[in-house]
Design a binder for this molecule. Structure first.
Ligand code: C2E
Ligand code: CA
Ligand code: CA
Ligand code: CA
Length: 279
């Protein structure tokens, strides 16, 4: 039994070691990856639950690592936040999103909005407003087609400065979504004070919606709250038709999830977007 215990220990410590080594590589390879253009974006469609048309696309970052293959953001965003490299990566993401808004605007009459995830650190260390204003000018895009997704965590440290920046973006017509709503530090006070246009219900509340009366009650409450504040509601992580139907019936304005579409490269999406527009 003792030998067995030791084996098990060395098995775990070996596994831990591998995770640590991979993290170390992710940490040290990230800067070169940016220069080497190993990052790319995929876009996940968001469906309007009333018209059933694509209302938006969420940009999601992907890293094609030369050795590890596809590395998902959950593995590297945290590290990028710690090193501060999220600012450079985030600048690239913002530019790429505006470029794609311009591309879609050139080929569609009613292009979907593009939402971009923005980390709290991008507000801390740079003037993100000026960056976004410059990009809108550079690509000559309609600011109404641009949405930033922020998390409740953003409001922890510099609520006043952040609120001012968000007011400025909102005044230009840029949309502001509160991501992963209900999982963080939400307070009614900041919902009142922030110029948010949309709440995104975290998939944690969507998973069990068919089985859980409590989760259905939470969703109904979020929808009610959002609509009272003149905000739209997006439900994310929708994986089944039953979930989609329940969420639409609960008043969620827009739906996002594998049931509707997985995230895809823009080139693959464009034919579908064009077909959808013609419907
Ligand atoms: P998020 O913003 O909450 O994005 C939604 C995540 O759920 C995405 O994971 C998406 O691929 C996944 N997803 C979509 N539909 C479904 C579904 O039906 N079921 C399930 N189980 N998952 C679904 P992804 O792409 O791995 O991104 C993870 C997180 O990384 C994002 O969560 C976001 O917080 C962050 N992230 C992604 N791209 C960026 C970026 O450009 N900048 C920053 N700062 N963060 C990003
Ligand atoms: Ca998001
Ligand atoms: Ca989310
Ligand atoms: Ca999330």
């Amino acid at each position: 039994a003792k030998a067995n215990g030791r084996n098990r220990f060395s098995f775990y410590s070996n596994e831990l070691n591998q995770v640590a080594q991979r993290n170390a590589r992710i940490h040290s390879d990230m800067r070169a990856a940016l220069i080497d253009k190993q990052f790319r974006l995929e876009f996940q469609p968001i469906m309007d639950s009333a018209t059933k048309k694509w209302a938006g696309l969420e940009a999601l970052l992907r890293w094609d690592h030369p050795e590890f293959g596809l590395v998902r953001p959950d593995e590297f965003i945290e590290i990028a936040n710690e090193t501060g490299l999220i600012n450079e990566i985030g600048d690239w993401v913002l530019d790429e999103c505006c470029k794609n808004i311009s591309r879609l605007s050139n080929i569609m009459d009613n292009p979907p909005k593009i939402s971009v995830n923005v980390s709290p650190r991008q507000f801390e260390y740079s003037d993100i407003c000026t960056k976004i204003i410059n990009l809108i000018d550079k690509y000559k895009i309609n600011p109404n087609l641009f949405v930033i997704e922020i998390t409740e965590e953003l409001l922890l440290n510099h609520p006043k400065r952040v609120a001012t920046a968000l007011e400025k973006l909102r005044a230009m017509g840029i949309g502001i979504s509160i991501d992963d709503f209900g999982t963080g530090y939400s307070s009614l006070q900041y919902l009142r004070d922030l110029p948010a246009t949309c709440l995104k219900i975290d998939k944690a509340f969507v998973n069990q919606i068919e089985q859980s009366e409590t989760d259905r009650a939470i969703i109904a409450t979020i929808v009610h709250l959002a609509h009272a504040f003149n905000m739209k509601v997006v439900a994310e992580g929708v994986e089944t038709k039953a979930q989609a139907d329940l969420l639409a019936a609960s008043g969620c304005n827009e739906l996002q999830g594998y049931f509707l579409s997985i995230p895809q490269p823009m080139d693959k999406l464009i034919p579908n977007l064009l077909a959808d527009e013609g419907r």
